[in-house]
Design a protein around this ligand. Sequence first.
Ligand SMILES: [Zn+2]
Length: 155
Amino acid sequence: MKLGTIEEEAARCRKAFEGVEVGALVWHCHHDRLIEVLSEPAENRIEYILTYKPEDERALRLRLFRPVRHKFRSWVKIHAAWLKAHAKLRRADAALWEEYAEWEKAVAEWEEADREEIAIAHAEECPDCPWDGKTIFPPTATTTSLATLIMNVIE
Ligand SMILES: [Zn+2]
């Protein structure tokens, strides 16, 4: 198989996928698969190949990643069901993220409201903790005492 440059193959691949939507059947979306359903826009995969795949694999991957043109009679029913399932997944996913974000917010609000009690509990349960309110890796004692020493010398 004679391949063009990566840029040429990318351009051809993009052209081939014009107007092709999620849910379409595609050839060789991944190197170890013959045929798959496109689960996100083809451009995402093209970008991924151009960014993350080894340079010497890119042209071939882009050449072989193509929408399936053949209309499989047996595919029609599965396709419709797939689209439905995919839409449901997207909705569920969005709802899940919303719910999660709300809980994150609730935790942050609780932390703010109960700051004093948290500080007391922390002091009790985590003795000799280096936590300085921002990090458990504050400037070291050596650095501090060295600074003090220098200050003393200067003074
Ligand atoms: Zn601690």
